[in-house]
Design a protein around this ligand. Sequence first.
Ligand SMILES: C[S@@+](CC[C@H](N)C(=O)[O-])C[C@H]1O[C@@H](n2cnc3c(N)ncnc32)[C@H](O)[C@@H]1O
Length: 290
Amino acid sequence: MSGEECVRFLQWALPRLGMRWAGFRKVRGQVCKRTGRRLGELGLSGYDDYRGYLDSHPEEWSVLDSFCRVTISRFHRDRGVFELVRDLLLPELAAAEAGGPREHRGRAGLVRCWSAGCASGEEPYTLSIIWRLAVGGRYPGVGLRVVATDVDETLIARARTGCYPRSALKELASGWVEAAFEPVGDELCLRPQFRPAVELSLQDIREQMPPGPFHLVLCRNLVFTYFEEPLQGRLLDRILERLLPGGFLVIGAHEELPAGDWPLERLVAGAPVFKRGEAQAFKRPVARGT
Ligand SMILES: C[S@@+](CC[C@H](N)C(=O)[O-])C[C@H]1O[C@@H](n2cnc3c(N)ncnc32)[C@H](O)[C@@H]1O
């Protein structure tokens, strides 16, 4: 099976799954490997046959959907973004929480975050490490809670184990690696004190979202890369229902928000960090299975 055949197939299939080819262009190898293996399992001779198979077996679409999950992640990915989280976002949120209970600020004394599409825990545990090693000590009485969701069972299980190859930690300063991890065999495992802040949960963001409210939402390298723009807009709407006024949304370093009049302002020119206006009242999400 040629790579070109796979590309043509993905250009046909992805929009039918609410996804966009542009997001997959650079990472198509991972997806083509999986679909190629699937053709072998089904005894099909090429992608044309697979199209026919999808037509006659609609349940196969969810199998194909599962092949379209790109699982690349790293601790402290896009270092500059996490420096903003460390130096501006978490201190501002913690200071507000330290000021005591405030209307619309969520539970007093707790900075509440959501890592949407958390892979094997690299992103939510990075928040926990930053909090414990650089921010939390300055705000006694204030805690950090990170709800971390992903659709992939294997990744959530790996996140629960909390052990990683060294390559997953290459963007983390060496002092922090030593402080937060202990070697176990060939891997590095997160020390116990960095784990309780993170609550892992298996969820498909298209079907379900944690109720919130959140002070900080990280939705990076998922919705705004792989999904079609109308779906991006619908999901952003629902994310914003969960983001408190004055809270922050962080997207991927190479992502843009879909067109729309969102109640968000870019915090720093060129950085993928947005602040939700203080003026907008927080609307609790309406129950619709999310
Ligand atoms: C490219 S990784 C990004 C991980 C992390 N946010 C980062 O930026 O390093 C995308 C993650 O989104 C997850 N994902 C894909 N589709 C999803 C969906 N419909 N709902 C929730 N998570 C999803 C994948 O399993 C994968 O872990």
